[in-house]
Design a protein around this ligand. Structure first.
Ligand SMILES: N[C@@H](CCC[C@H](N)C(=O)O)C(=O)O
Length: 280
């Protein structure tokens, strides 16, 4: 397949990635290769692939090379390409730092993505990234089995549909083995669908919610950073807050979404590397 190619495995709140170092953009990645690397039984296993390539060496990022040395070339586990991955970019930064490809700077480490430049602040346990401003723009709905749930469309650089649960519907009870049905007129390129329920108050934040997600191109995952951003934006809006922080619990842990009117939208959580190896 790609004999001898080195990889690292990492995750952010259980959203896991195969990281492929390719500084000069020489790997001939295809959707089939990505899908086989991500296969959990016959491959390494992952929700997606993060190719680590110099911006100057990738046709989609060369224009950003003056602002960010590295480009996160993100692929979903089915081999499709996405604009952005919030957990992915945090794990990508952990990889750059641990492999001496970049150093953390107080002003933030810039990373190029298909959704533009993201800037990362690093601490011992977490990586916090300034994200694209989420745009809450339309009402829509998702159908899971016999249940149709109204929701709101949110553009986070990639498409999201945030659906709140009404009384009598439990988050744990949703069957997300299959892709929820959605309105292709609203989401012509597919959509990541988040299901949200309110959670008990926790200190230090303005709200606390729990979510599950069905990701475009990857199925149900343990976490989605851009999904948490979309959910956080809707939660702040629903509380009438133009700034503040929301704790978003995902099956794989907790992410914190913060909006600071002067400093933008931030996503914070753990980012961990777990193994390295080479593809046979
Ligand atoms: N898990 C990611 C999102 C990955 C891309 C998504 N599946 C899409 O196709 O838009 C995250 O942490 O944001």
């Amino acid at each position: 397949m790609m004999g001898g190619v080195r990889f690292t495995k990492g995750h952010g709140t259980g959203n896991d990635f195969v990281i492929l170092p390719d500084p000069d953009g020489e790997l001939a990645l295809t959707p089939e290769i990505v899908a086989s690397l991500c296969d959990r039984r016959r491959g390494i296993g992952g929700d997606g692939v993060l190719r680590v390539v110099r911006s100057a060496k990738h046709p989609e990022a060369a224009g950003l090379a003056g602002e960010a040395e590295w480009f996160m070339d993100y692929w979903n586990s089915d081999g499709s390409i996405a604009e952005m991955c919030g957990n992915g970019v945090r794990v990508f930064v952990r990889y750059l730092l641990d492999n001496d490809l970049a150093t953390a700077v107080p002003a933030g480490l810039p990373v190029a993505t298909r959704a533009g430049i993201m800037v990362a602040l690093v601490s011992a346990d977490t990586i916090k990234v300034r994200m694209t401003t989420p745009r809450v723009y339309a009402g829509s709905a998702a159908t899971v089995g016999s249940l149709t749930l109204p929701g709101v469309a949110v553009d986070c650089g990639n498409p999201h549909l945030v659906c709140g649960l009404h009384d009598g519907v439990s988050l744990a009870g949703l069957d997300l083995h299959r892709e929820p049905a959605f309105d292709a007129g609203v989401f012509p390129h597919g959509v990541n669908v988040e299901f949200v329920e309110q959670a008990e108050p926790v200190s230090g934040v303005d709200g606390h919610v729990r979510m599950r997600v069905h990701e475009r191109g990857s199925g149900e995952t343990l976490s989605c950073g851009t999904g948490a951003l979309a959910v956080g934006a809707v939660a702040l809006r629903d509380r009438g807050l133009s700034a503040g922080s929301i704790a978003v619990d995902v099956p794989g842990g907790r992410l914190i979404v913060t909006h600071d009117e002067a400093d933008g939208w931030w996503l914070e959580g753990p980012a961990v590397l777990v193994a390295t190896g080479s593809v046979l």
